[in-house]
Each structure stands twice: as structure tokens, then as C-alpha cells.
Design a protein around this ligand. Structure first.
Ligand SMILES: Cc1ncc(COP(=O)(O)O)c(C=O)c1O
Length: 284
């Protein structure tokens, strides 16, 4: 994608997906961090920057879990139209929206052909397939076809054909409907357990969709302490600092993934977090 886009100035959400930051950095383009709020990326800050390509996760901002309202999506598209810019829309887990009305993807609202749409089967199906896809605007598709066709897909054709068959027979739609119900239930269990076990110590962010939530932890400890304590009690949770620039590093937020866990494991996990973070005490 970077090859097809050519010389550009990139920006991305801050906090934002560190794998994207590091991949762009590895290609020689360190993206400018643009702050976000509960309604998504700051358009004002984006306009003040030199960027002409921006990476965003509007369906479920990663890592914070915010959902961009339609107004913000229109502003982003206007920005792209006015600046001959491109928006990279990473729609990684939009299949699982539990609350609020559905909002169209940027790609669906785009009239300037300025959105590069990224999708993955890692969340809705399984990450071990290593299957994803990209929908390029026409202009970029032409550039790809003229100059960069020697970059081939690394996903085995057999897997692609199996998925195509799965979809055309209607299994994909049924799978998503089934999983949406299942994940919603898991999330309900997670949130009610967080409330009953950890109460005021935590507050939950980003529960409208997706397969993870973020919790703010109201304790006078470090992220490292929280991660280490959880690990000692056999629970794997993730810190947000890796997705955050220096100035925001003090935010004490932890990402909890629940997609791959059963309801009993979720309950046990939260009970263990209570032991780890509250009952075992600070400083030991
Ligand atoms: C923000 C975001 N985008 C995309 C992906 C999917 O990555 P991949 O398709 O490489 O598994 C993930 C997976 O964790 C993610 O968190």
C-alpha cells in the first residue's frame, strides 16, 4: 500500500495501533500522532498537520474502542477531498456491533474515491488463517496494476477458495449472526463481573462493539505492576502504553480481550484480577 501511495506524509490516531505505526516506520514513514476524543480523531489537529494520508479505525477505535459518529466520518471525508488526501480505514472488527444504530463505513460514504478500505478475517473468523483484504480507490488500483503487480498475495489460494465457498453457501452470514449473539453475551458477562468484582476501581470504555474493552484502573500503581500481577495470577491482559506516545503514557488503561474465552473463564479471569490487583495489596 505504501508503495502504491508513493511519497506521502502519514498521520494516525493517538493512541493508535502500534503495529501500523511500526510498519510505517519500517517503511521510512513515521506517522504523525493526532489526538483522539470519544468521537474519534481531531479534525482540527489533522488539518493543522502536514499529513495527506491518515490511518483510522472508525468502527471501533483501536485501542480505545470509540465509535466515530457519522458527522465525524463526513468531516474526515471532506478533509480528504479538500487536500487530495487518502484515508486508510481499518475496519478490523466492525462485524460485532452491540449497541447503537449501524453507521456506514467511510468507504460506503466516500464520493471522492479517497478511502483505502482494510478488512481482516482475524477477528470474525480466526487469526491463524492470516487472511485479510484491501479495497483500493480506482486511481490507486491503476497504479498498482501498472507498477506493483509483482507484489503477490501470500494467502494460499486454497484458503481463499474455501472462504469464498463458505460465503457463497451462506455460512458466513450465519456464522456472523451466531457469533454476534455469543460475543454480546460474553461481553455482558465480562462487564457485569467487572462491576461486581472490581466496582469503582475500574471504569469500562469502548463496549459498543468489538472483541475487547479497555478499562481505566483507579489505583496508584504502574501499568507494569498491573500486567505483572495479572500474569503472576495466570491472567494475560495488555497495557495501552505501547499504543501511546510519551506525553500520554501516564494514562493507566488496560485492554481486556474476551473473544477467545468461555463465559466461565471470563468470570474466573476477573476474579483472579481482583485477587491480583486488590486483595494481594500493592508493593508485594
Ligand atoms: C486495529 C487492528 N487492525 C487489524 C487487525 C488485524 O490484524 P491481522 O489481520 O494482521 O491479524 C487487528 C488485530 O488485532 C487490529 O487490532
Amino acid at each position: 500500500m505504501v508503495k502504491v501511495l508513493g511519497e506521502k506524509v502519514y498521520a494516525m490516531e493517538e493512541p493508535g495501533f502500534f503495529r501500523v505505526r511500526e510498519t510505517l516506520r519500517g517503511s521510512g514513514y513515521l506517522p504523525l500522532p493526532i489526538e483522539i476524543a470519544a468521537d474519534g480523531i481531531s479534525i482540527e489537529k489533522l488539518m493543522q498537520s502536514e499529513a495527506n494520508v491518515v490511518y483510522v479505525t472508525p468502527s471501533h477505535q483501536f485501542p480505545m474502542g470509540y465509535v466515530y459518529p457519522v458527522g465525524k466520518r463526513m468531516q474526515l471525508l471532506e478533509w480528504a477531498g479538500r487536500n487530495n488526501g487518502f484515508i486508510i480505514e481499518d475496519d478490523y472488527d466492525s462485524e460485532f456491533r452491540y449497541r447503537g444504530r449501524p453507521i456506514p463505513a467511510l468507504k460506503g460514504l466516500d464520493t471522492h474515491d479517497s478511502v483505502i478500505y482494510l478488512g481482516t478475517f482475524s477477528k470474525a473468523f480466526t487469526p491463524s488463517l492470516r487472511m485479510g483484504f484491501m479495497v483500493l480507490p480506482k486511481g490507486l488500483l491503476n497504479i498498482y496494476q501498472e507498477k506493483w503487480r509483482h507484489y503477490k498475495s501470500t494467502v494460499p489460494l486454497m484458503s481463499q477458495m474455501a472462504m469464498s465457498d463458505f460465503m457463497s453457501k451462506g455460512h458466513w452470514e450465519r456464522h456472523l449472526n451466531r457469533m454476534r449473539v455469543r460475543y454480546r453475551k460474553k461481553q455482558e458477562v465480562l462487564i457485569s463481573c467487572l462491576q461486581s468484582e472490581l466496582g469503582e476501581t475500574v471504569s469500562v470504555i469502548g463496549e459498543q462493539s468489538g472483541l475487547h474493552v479497555v478499562i481505566s484502573v483507579n489505583l496508584p500503581v504502574s501499568e507494569n505492576w498491573l500486567l505483572e500481577k495479572a500474569k503472576q495470577h495466570g491472567v494475560l491482559v495488555f497495557g495501552l502504553s505501547v499504543h501511546i506516545s510519551e506525553k500520554l503514557k501516564h494514562l493507566l488503561k488496560i485492554l481486556l480481550g474476551y473473544g477467545g474465552l468461555g463465559e466461565r473463564e471470563i468470570v474466573q479471569g476477573i476474579q483472579l484480577l481482583k485477587k491480583a490487583w486488590i486483595e494481594s495489596g500493592k508493593g508485594d
